[in-house]
Design a protein around this ligand. Structure first.
Ligand code: ATP
Ligand code: MG
Length: 302
């Protein structure tokens, strides 16, 4: 995808460009090579020296161009830490993160981030929240607003351009946040539990919409969630993180045909089997069997 932010034509072009579901043959987009992240922990009362907390340890993973990768793991297993690293908000203590073969050095418009909190500017309308980033990078206001409108349409909020965040529901706010990330036409979309605060129905609708957007844009997506069902529904592969310290336990491939938005994928035996598999992995305690499975599953995804 283009990272140009000043033309309006590109946004329309990408909507007309459906992507293939098979990404195994695509080049590697993101490579994590033995990524470790530690944080200093303040000394406890009565102690002179603090300790170190290892949030992520030796995480090695390849994510292909145009892939939808879901990331699950218990609370504290380093999911947000990993997303911050991919977004360039922090740098790893050791190991390397490469995007298109180049080390990540800081943030960039090639990566859009959607956080759990909507983080919209309350004094700006939905449209201006989306256009704001473009104008602040120098795009003319009219062009930025036109482009923002394309993405507002894409997330199904055509009639809500002039509403302020407090006039929008939680689901609508999250759609604006997604549109705001997409308006840069990022190569990579990083999402940290974006639907966590939504009711089940809105969540399901946004999941389906996100799949549609992904299919049309070809963006590489890394999607963090606490929900096994959500991970299996969305992810072509599901990466499972273990806790203390955060290690990559395994990567499960989910072979589902997601091309028909009206199909009841959740009843598909492949969906049920994959959900159960991920559930077992999350409920097991790092046994040798899990490690074996890790090699088998990861090897079979290439
Ligand atoms: N800036 C920081 N300084 C110190 N410790 C941190 C920092 N950021 C994260 N941690 C610690 O790193 C570990 C992983 O945190 P992280 O936020 O990545 O977990 P998570 O998997 O996203 O959890 P959750 O599912 O609850 O969001 C936690 O033990 C957390 O306390
Ligand atoms: Mg988190």
């Amino acid at each position: 995808m283009s990272t140009t932010t000043t033309t309006t034509g590109a946004a329309t072009d990408l909507l007309a460009r459906p992507t293939s579901f098979s990404t195994a043959q695509r080049p590697v987009k993101i490579r994590l090579d033995r990524v470790t992240q530690t944080f200093p922990v303040r000394p406890e009362a009565g102690h002179r020296h603090g300790t170190t907390l290892t949030a992520l340890q030796d995480v090695t993973l390849e994510i292909h161009d145009g892939e939808f990768l879901a990331l699950v793991g218990p609370s504290g297993s380093g999911k947000s830490t990993l997303l911050d690293l991919l977004g360039g908000l922090t740098a790893p203590t050791s190991g390397r993160i490469l995007i298109d073969g180049n080390p990540v050095s800081g943030t960039g418009h090639d990566r859009g981030i959607v956080f759990q909190q909507y983080a919209l500017l309350p004094w700006k309308t939905a449209l201006d929240n989306i256009a704001f980033g473009l104008t602040s990078t120098g795009a003319p206001r009219r062009e930025a607003r036109e482009r923002a409108r394309t993405y507002l349409d894409l997330v199904g909020l055509s009639g809500f351009a002039d509403r302020y965040p407090h006039e929008l529901s939680g689901g609508m706010k999250q759609r604006v946040a997604i549109a705001r990330s997409l308006v840069y036409e990022p190569d990579i979309l990083l999402m940290d539990e974006p639907f966590g605060a939504l009711d089940a129905q809105t969540r399901e609708r946004l999941q389906a919409e996100l799949l549609g957007i992904w299919q049309h844009t070809g963006t590489t997506v890394v999607f963090i969630t606490h929900s096994i069902e959500e991970a299996v529904f969305l992810g072509q592969r599901v990466a499972v993180l273990d806790t203390r310290p955060g290690r990559l336990k395994t990567v499960v491939r989910v072979d589902l045909d997601r091309s028909d938005p009206t199909a009841d994928i959740r009843s598909d035996p492949a969906f049920v089997a994959a959900r159960h598999h991920v559930w077992e992995l999350l409920h097991s305690s790092g046994s040798a069997a899990v490690d074996q499975e890790s090699h088998r599953t990861e090897g079979s995804t290439r």
